[in-house]
Design a protein around this ligand. Structure first.
Ligand code: ZN
Length: 632
């Protein structure tokens, strides 16, 4: 092992041995940290599913259905017999589309059949009045992992990735009943249509500024933008009436819509929808097709092999019945004592945050009050919900159907359910993440944090770890999620989650200066697999910074606190070994920075990092005091 000094590279110093030992599984793009926990949860729950399937004893009806779906999904012989037919049958809905007007009349049918469309209509929380919902309209997603690959400077990567996609598409198309010439043409047309989308669609960086999604317009204005289709017909079909307001999430895309979708491009669209629709259906067809369909994603993430049929079946079932599966996991594997302890930590962090806001030098008195109010009203969801959403009672299926048709029928039930909620109040009591998910989040439009049971374990958290270790792990992550309430997006929403300017102009100017400093701190950092885009990941970096400042504050008041343990566990939770293809992809699509930077960048902003390890200006993890940023 190399002689790494903690003062130069905290991440490698702490994780060196682990990184040497870690083996990336054949069916995964990375290993360690979050992935390791997710693997262990997956293993536990697969065992549970197997035992339930064996004994036919289920804790409730939802889990019985999840288990039934699991068994259907892992029946290779059954799927083989049905072959590609179920997907081709669904895709035949495209035959009805002979003119752009036909598209309007058939939008609902296409959407319910899972066929890709150039517009996507959904119902979401009204960002300016979070008690109610609005219709949102979004464009299509490109074949490439992100629309940014269509930028001229990304041409070499684009060529390479589309080359892989083209090969996979041709293999899958050879399984259809189309002639070889038709197959060629379909794939070529799909690529041509995708290029048009690519010139208009938002990039991940643009999506990361989620406040900019909010562009409410009246129907007349939207109809004018989408003059090649009849949006009135589509909306009436979906809602029984034309809603007053439609939120246009991608103004550039819809501004160029008539050039993208018209009588001349209709065939390109149909072929694009056919090929991309078929490729995404492969997952639910025979094992041979599941293998083929996954080749593209595996190639661009560096994954060697497809998931075993058992893992695939479990993940499909657990994803479809996520509330019940999460509750089952939480009740069985997450103790009451842990929930009490962790909830105590959360409120300690919120209180500390409030105290820090009081002495903060960005905010004036008036704004401080608003920030504290936002913290006081923040909801806390720890572990798992008490009961599953009502929709799970409706998620039934005919077990004699093919897996593809079962999933299609379940998707339709969900879609119709959400459409039916347009004029009903929102349900902030719903959990954004299920109990068995190794993740955590802040919902800006509810103003609450969610920590599923699955993340509340070592190295993040354990009753067996020291308080310092827990603060460096789950504590800093809780602080991170709370900080999202005050990151570059969250700061624009008030205590009820409504987009609302609660800042004075001067306060906001000082805040923006900090945002820019944070962008600068990360922008252009060179890693072996590419360069970091500071603006794209700024919200997450602000959250990491906030999470550390609030927990370092608690550490300073904790008896017997060990900063060595604190920083070491912070580095430990980010331990990750990834395939280079995957790391490269994440730079373009993930709003979070690379794991090594998340471990190594935040500490150097805090004086206690320097005093604990005697870090000097000759050390790599040193930055000059005037460059250190503490926001909250
Ligand atoms: Zn985050």
């Amino acid at each position: 092992m190399e002689n790494i000094r903690i003062q130069d590279d905290l991440y490698t110093y702490v994780n060196q041995q682990k990184l040497e030992e870690l083996v990336i599984p054949d069916d995964k793009p990375c290993a360690g940290g979050f992935v390791e926990l997710a693997d262990s949860v997956e293993k536990i729950m697969m065992g549970e599913f197997e035992a339930m399937a064996e004994s036919k004893a289920y804790p409730n009806e939802h889990m019985a259905r999840a288990c039934q779906l699991y068994e259907i999904a892992k029946d290779a012989e059954r799927k083989e017999k049905q072959g590609i037919t179920p997907a081709l049958k669904a895709l035949s809905a495209l035959d009805e589309i002979k003119t752009p007007e036909d598209f309007s009349k058939n939008y609902k049918a296409l959407s319910l059949k899972g066929i890709p469309t150039p517009i996507n209509i959904g119902v979401e929380t009204d960002m300016k009045d979070t008690k109610r919902r609005l219709v949102y309209i979004q464009g299509a997603t490109v074949i490439l992992p992100d629309a940014s690959y269509y930028k001229p400077e990304m041409a070499p990567q684009k060529e390479q990735i589309l080359g892989i996609w083209t090969n996979v598409a041709k293999m899958v198309m050879a399984k259809t009943d189309l002639s070889p010439e038709e197959q060629e043409k379909y794939v070529a047309d799909a690529l041509a249509f995708d290029e048009i989308i690519g010139g208009l669609a938002k990039t991940s960086e643009e999506w990361s500024n989620y406040i900019e999604m909010y562009n409410p317009m009246d129907e007349a204005k939207v109809a004018e933008m989408l003059s090649t289709i009849d949006i009135g017909v589509i909306l009436t079909d979906l809602f029984g009436h034309i809603p007053e307001t439609i939120v246009v999430t991608e103004p550039r895309y819809f501004g160029g819509f008539t050039g993208l979708f018209n009588a001349d491009t209709l065939v390109l669209y149909k072929h694009w929808a056919y090929v991309t629709g078929l490729l995404s259906a492969c997952n639910l067809l025979s094992e041979e097709l599941r293998d083929m369909g996954g080749m593209y994603m595996r190639a661009i993430t560096g994954v060697a092999k497809m998931q075993s049929i058992e893992k695939f079946a479990y993940n499909l079932a657990a994803g479809t019945y996520s509330d019940p599966v999460g509750i089952y996991y939480g009740e069985k594997y997450f103790g009451k004592e842990a929930k009490r302890d962790i909830t105590e930590i959360v409120y300690q962090i919120i209180d500390t945050y409030k105290a820090r806001i009081k002495t903060n030098d960005i905010l004036g008195e008036e704004t401080k009050e608003k920030a504290i109010l936002k913290l006081s009203k923040m909801g806390v969801k720890m572990g798992y919900p008490d009961k599953a959403r009502v929709i799970y009672d409706k998620l039934t299926f005919n077990p004699d159907d093919s897996l593809f048709d079962i999933m299609l029928s379940l998707k339709a039930i969900r879609e119709l359910d959400i459409l039916s909620k347009l004029d009903k109040p929102t349900e902030p009591e719903n959990w954004a993440m299920p109990g068995h998910m190794v993740n955590a989040c802040y919902d800006p439009f509810v103003n609450d944090i969610t920590f599923p049971a699955a993340i509340l374990q070592a190295p993040f958290y354990s009753l067996k770890q020291t308080r310092s270790e827990n603060l460096g792990g789950i504590g800093a992550v809780i602080g991170h999620e709370i900080s999202h309430a005050f990151d570059s997006n969250g700061a624009k929403c008030d205590e009820n989650g409504n987009i609302n300017n609660w800042w004075t102009e001067d306060d906001f100017k000082r805040f923006e200066a900090k945002v820019n400093q944070m962008i600068e701190q990360f922008d252009g950092i060179e890693l072996p697999w590419g360069k970091v885009n500071g603006a794209f990941i700024v919200s997450e970096n602000m959250a990491d910074n906030g999470g550390m400042s609030v927990t370092v504050d608690i550490m300073s008041r904790t008896e017997g606190a060990s900063y060595e343990e604190y920083f070491s566990n912070w580095a430990r939770v980010w331990c990750q070994k990834a395939k280079p293809e995957y790391s490269q992809l994440l730079l373009a699509v993930d709003v979070h920075g690379p794991a090594i930077l998340r471990a190594n960048m935040p500490p150097r902003n805090f004086d206690v990092w320097y005093s604990t390890f005697d870090v000097k200006d000759t050390d790599k993890m040193y930055i000059a005091p005037e460059k250190r940023i503490v926001i909250w």
